[in-house]
Design a protein around this ligand. Structure first.
Ligand code: ARG
Length: 274
């Protein structure tokens, strides 16, 4: 599910990326978005569900925050900031139209697939909390998803959504910018992911949103990445495609969070080779 940036702009500042960029987005956003979508359509056989954006919802382009998909169920986001709460009914209606049963978590902030990511092979849901989603949401998720939920405290405000710092891949590899996590969360990650499968991303790559990568088939699409990370991803069996998304970085988002995967849920628990 994607949303063309018809009314995308930085109109308020609810994360450190937006501070200093209010009013700064340029018409280039439209071109960058189109190229990104075209590239996505080229590397794999995908079908897009498109939303359309109204003026009062400039961040609606970040469809990862619509909700978390678990099979036929969509757990719709309950945004922390009033600025994004207007998106809730739009996302709920779009997900219902797409055929999902929709629900909300109770009395807690939860920002959907921006903060909750299924491991693609291990039966684990990584659940980030601290800046947007609350710890209470991660506990409620445990009741719903049918696999282990790993609550991960996010410690660096530049990485306010889990998908800015963690990217589980279908090969069993997980890209992570470890310093975005509290020491305890780092320990949990190192316990859950075998060392050979943890791809530790450096701060330069992380600040270029390398962890906010869209995996699709054997392709990984992102804004930019160092040679080192690219080689690491090649070794894991991926083709790496770069596409400029700088206009969206001004709002604090990149490739992955411009999309919501509509087929999602816990992995069956197939063991990764060690
Ligand atoms: N401006 C948006 C916000 O602060 C960006 C959201 C990016 N989404 C994400 N899943 N990383 O909420």
């Amino acid at each position: 599910m994607v949303c063309p940036p018809g009314h995308y702009d930085v109109r308020y500042a609810i994360n450190p990326w937006m501070t200093g960029h209010v009013g700064d987005a340029t018409p280039d956003a439209q071109r960058q978005w189109e190229r990104f979508i075209e590239l996505t359509g080229c590397v794999a056989d995908v079908e897009f569900v498109q939303l359309s954006q109204a003026e009062q919802t400039p961040d609606l382009v970040f469809t990862a925050n619509a909700g978390l998909i678990v099979g036929n169920l969509a757990i719709v986001s309950s945004f922390r900031h009033a600025e994004r709460r207007r998106e809730q009914p739009v996302f709920r209606a779009a997900l219902a139209r797409a055929g999902f049963a929709t629900t909300f978590l109770q009395q807690t902030y939860f920002e959907g697939a921006g903060d909750a990511l299924f491991d693609r092979v291990r039966p684990i849901l990584y659940a980030g909390y601290g800046w947007r989603t609350e710890r209470g949401a991660t506990l409620q998720l445990q009741e719903i998803v049918g696999c282990r939920v790993l609550p991960l405290l996010l410690a660096d405000e530049r990485f306010y959504h889990l998908d800015t710092a963690l990217c589980p891949l279908a090969s069993g590899h997980v890209m992570a910018y470890m310093d975005a996590f509290s020491p305890h969360a780092q320990t949990l990650l190192r316990r859950a992911i075998e060392p050979g499968y943890l791809i530790e991303v450096g701060v330069d790559d992380a600040l270029r949103f390398a962890c906010n990568a869209l995996e699709i088939g054997d392709a990984v699409i992102m804004h930019d990445c160092s040679r080192r990370l690219r080689e690491r991803l090649h070794a894991a069996g991926y083709r790496v495609f770069l596409t400029e998304l700088s206009e969206f970085h001004k709002a604090g988002g990149s490739a992955k969070c411009l999309t919501l995967k509509l087929e999602d849920g816990p992995a069956a628990g197939m063991a990764v080779a060690t």
